[in-house]
Design a protein around this ligand. Structure first.
Ligand SMILES: [Ca+2]
Length: 176
Protein backbone atom coordinates (compact mmCIF):
# COMPACT_ATOMS: atom_id res chain seq x y z
CA UNK A 1 0.00 0.00 0.00
CA UNK A 2 1.44 3.37 -1.04
CA UNK A 3 1.02 6.03 1.62
CA UNK A 4 2.68 9.39 2.09
CA UNK A 5 3.98 10.39 5.49
CA UNK A 6 5.61 13.49 6.95
CA UNK A 7 7.64 12.95 10.15
CA UNK A 8 5.83 9.66 10.56
CA UNK A 9 2.38 11.20 10.10
CA UNK A 10 0.34 9.70 7.25
CA UNK A 11 -2.00 12.18 5.57
CA UNK A 12 -5.56 10.89 5.39
CA UNK A 13 -7.33 14.16 4.52
CA UNK A 14 -6.46 17.55 3.06
CA UNK A 15 -9.24 20.08 2.53
CA UNK A 16 -8.33 23.51 1.22
CA UNK A 17 -10.83 26.24 0.50
CA UNK A 18 -14.40 25.77 -0.66
CA UNK A 19 -14.15 24.91 -4.34
CA UNK A 20 -13.90 21.10 -4.25
CA UNK A 21 -17.14 19.07 -4.37
CA UNK A 22 -17.00 16.60 -1.46
CA UNK A 23 -20.44 15.18 -2.20
CA UNK A 24 -19.11 11.91 -3.61
CA UNK A 25 -20.46 8.34 -3.51
CA UNK A 26 -19.45 5.44 -1.27
CA UNK A 27 -17.00 3.98 -3.80
CA UNK A 28 -14.97 7.20 -3.81
CA UNK A 29 -14.82 7.52 -0.03
CA UNK A 30 -13.92 3.83 0.15
CA UNK A 31 -11.12 3.93 -2.42
CA UNK A 32 -9.90 7.50 -1.87
CA UNK A 33 -9.65 10.47 -4.20
CA UNK A 34 -7.58 13.55 -4.94
CA UNK A 35 -3.86 13.82 -4.48
CA UNK A 36 -1.78 14.55 -1.43
CA UNK A 37 0.43 16.57 -3.82
CA UNK A 38 -2.44 18.65 -5.13
CA UNK A 39 -4.44 20.01 -2.21
CA UNK A 40 -7.73 18.19 -1.71
CA UNK A 41 -7.23 14.56 -0.77
CA UNK A 42 -8.91 11.61 0.95
CA UNK A 43 -6.82 8.49 1.56
CA UNK A 44 -9.81 6.15 1.48
CA UNK A 45 -11.72 4.28 4.17
CA UNK A 46 -10.47 0.83 3.16
CA UNK A 47 -6.84 1.90 3.58
CA UNK A 48 -7.70 3.57 6.91
CA UNK A 49 -9.33 0.32 8.02
CA UNK A 50 -6.38 -1.83 6.95
CA UNK A 51 -3.79 0.46 8.55
CA UNK A 52 -5.59 0.93 11.85
CA UNK A 53 -6.53 -2.74 12.04
CA UNK A 54 -2.90 -3.80 11.71
CA UNK A 55 -1.57 -1.75 14.64
CA UNK A 56 -2.75 0.99 17.04
CA UNK A 57 -2.85 4.48 15.54
CA UNK A 58 -3.34 8.02 16.84
CA UNK A 59 -5.14 10.83 15.01
CA UNK A 60 -4.28 14.52 14.61
CA UNK A 61 -6.71 17.05 13.13
CA UNK A 62 -5.58 20.56 12.21
CA UNK A 63 -7.84 23.37 11.07
CA UNK A 64 -7.56 27.03 10.17
CA UNK A 65 -10.67 29.10 10.74
CA UNK A 66 -11.83 31.35 7.94
CA UNK A 67 -12.80 34.47 9.90
CA UNK A 68 -9.79 34.70 12.24
CA UNK A 69 -7.10 32.68 10.37
CA UNK A 70 -6.36 30.99 13.72
CA UNK A 71 -5.15 27.39 13.70
CA UNK A 72 -6.55 24.82 16.12
CA UNK A 73 -5.76 21.16 16.60
CA UNK A 74 -7.31 18.07 18.11
CA UNK A 75 -5.47 14.85 18.81
CA UNK A 76 -6.83 11.44 19.73
CA UNK A 77 -4.50 8.88 21.20
CA UNK A 78 -6.51 6.11 19.58
CA UNK A 79 -8.06 6.09 16.08
CA UNK A 80 -9.54 2.99 14.52
CA UNK A 81 -11.79 2.41 11.51
CA UNK A 82 -14.02 -0.67 11.37
CA UNK A 83 -14.53 -2.86 8.34
CA UNK A 84 -16.90 -2.24 5.46
CA UNK A 85 -19.14 -5.31 5.62
CA UNK A 86 -20.12 -5.36 9.29
CA UNK A 87 -19.20 -1.89 10.48
CA UNK A 88 -19.55 0.47 7.50
CA UNK A 89 -16.16 1.90 8.41
CA UNK A 90 -17.29 2.89 11.90
CA UNK A 91 -15.21 5.58 13.66
CA UNK A 92 -13.61 4.72 16.98
CA UNK A 93 -11.59 7.47 18.70
CA UNK A 94 -10.49 8.09 22.28
CA UNK A 95 -7.91 9.98 24.31
CA UNK A 96 -8.56 13.58 23.21
CA UNK A 97 -6.12 16.45 23.73
CA UNK A 98 -5.73 19.82 22.03
CA UNK A 99 -7.25 23.29 21.77
CA UNK A 100 -9.94 22.67 19.14
CA UNK A 101 -12.24 20.88 21.56
CA UNK A 102 -13.42 17.28 21.57
CA UNK A 103 -16.07 17.68 18.87
CA UNK A 104 -15.90 14.02 17.83
CA UNK A 105 -17.06 12.84 21.26
CA UNK A 106 -19.61 15.43 22.39
CA UNK A 107 -22.44 13.78 24.26
CA UNK A 108 -25.04 14.97 21.76
CA UNK A 109 -24.37 14.03 18.15
CA UNK A 110 -21.06 12.31 18.88
CA UNK A 111 -19.28 11.16 15.75
CA UNK A 112 -17.31 8.58 17.70
CA UNK A 113 -19.05 5.24 17.18
CA UNK A 114 -20.87 6.30 14.01
CA UNK A 115 -20.79 4.48 10.68
CA UNK A 116 -19.72 6.37 7.56
CA UNK A 117 -22.45 7.94 5.40
CA UNK A 118 -22.34 9.07 1.76
CA UNK A 119 -24.92 10.31 -0.71
CA UNK A 120 -25.67 6.71 -1.75
CA UNK A 121 -25.37 5.01 1.68
CA UNK A 122 -27.35 6.51 4.55
CA UNK A 123 -25.91 5.04 7.76
CA UNK A 124 -26.52 8.11 9.94
CA UNK A 125 -28.87 8.60 12.89
CA UNK A 126 -31.10 11.19 11.22
CA UNK A 127 -34.51 9.62 10.70
CA UNK A 128 -36.04 9.96 7.26
CA UNK A 129 -33.21 11.87 5.63
CA UNK A 130 -29.53 11.67 4.88
CA UNK A 131 -27.22 14.21 6.56
CA UNK A 132 -25.27 14.47 3.30
CA UNK A 133 -28.14 16.42 1.71
CA UNK A 134 -27.60 19.38 4.02
CA UNK A 135 -23.86 18.92 4.59
CA UNK A 136 -22.62 18.21 1.07
CA UNK A 137 -20.03 15.59 1.89
CA UNK A 138 -19.57 12.11 3.31
CA UNK A 139 -18.72 11.75 7.03
CA UNK A 140 -19.28 9.77 10.21
CA UNK A 141 -22.59 11.59 10.70
CA UNK A 142 -24.74 11.22 13.76
CA UNK A 143 -27.70 13.58 13.30
CA UNK A 144 -25.83 15.38 11.87
CA UNK A 145 -22.67 17.34 12.71
CA UNK A 146 -20.65 18.77 15.48
CA UNK A 147 -17.62 18.61 13.27
CA UNK A 148 -17.05 17.73 9.64
CA UNK A 149 -13.77 17.91 7.80
CA UNK A 150 -15.26 16.65 4.52
CA UNK A 151 -18.38 18.79 4.33
CA UNK A 152 -19.05 21.62 1.93
CA UNK A 153 -18.75 25.35 2.56
CA UNK A 154 -20.68 26.51 5.65
CA UNK A 155 -20.78 22.95 7.05
CA UNK A 156 -16.99 22.62 7.05
CA UNK A 157 -16.86 23.16 10.80
CA UNK A 158 -15.46 22.06 14.16
CA UNK A 159 -18.09 23.51 16.46
CA UNK A 160 -16.14 23.28 19.71
CA UNK A 161 -13.74 25.96 18.43
CA UNK A 162 -16.63 28.43 18.86
CA UNK A 163 -15.71 29.85 15.46
CA UNK A 164 -17.46 29.70 12.11
CA UNK A 165 -16.34 27.68 9.17
CA UNK A 166 -12.93 26.22 8.50
CA UNK A 167 -11.01 27.30 5.41
CA UNK A 168 -8.06 24.87 5.44
CA UNK A 169 -7.69 21.62 7.31
CA UNK A 170 -6.10 18.22 7.40
CA UNK A 171 -6.20 14.93 9.23
CA UNK A 172 -3.26 12.62 9.77
CA UNK A 173 -2.50 9.40 11.59
CA UNK A 174 0.60 7.89 13.14
CA UNK A 175 1.35 4.58 14.84
CA UNK A 176 1.23 4.83 18.64
CA1 LIG B 1 -30.62 8.92 7.83
Amino acid sequence: MLVRSVFGWIMILQHFGHTFDWNLPWADYKDGFGSVEYQNFWLGLEKMHLLTGAQPYRLRVEMQMESTSKWYSAEYWSFKIGDELNDKYRLDVSGYSGDAGNALQLASNAHDGMKFTTNDQDNDMLIGANCVYSRNGGWWFNSCTKACMTCGSSKYVWETTQENRIVDGRMMIKPQ
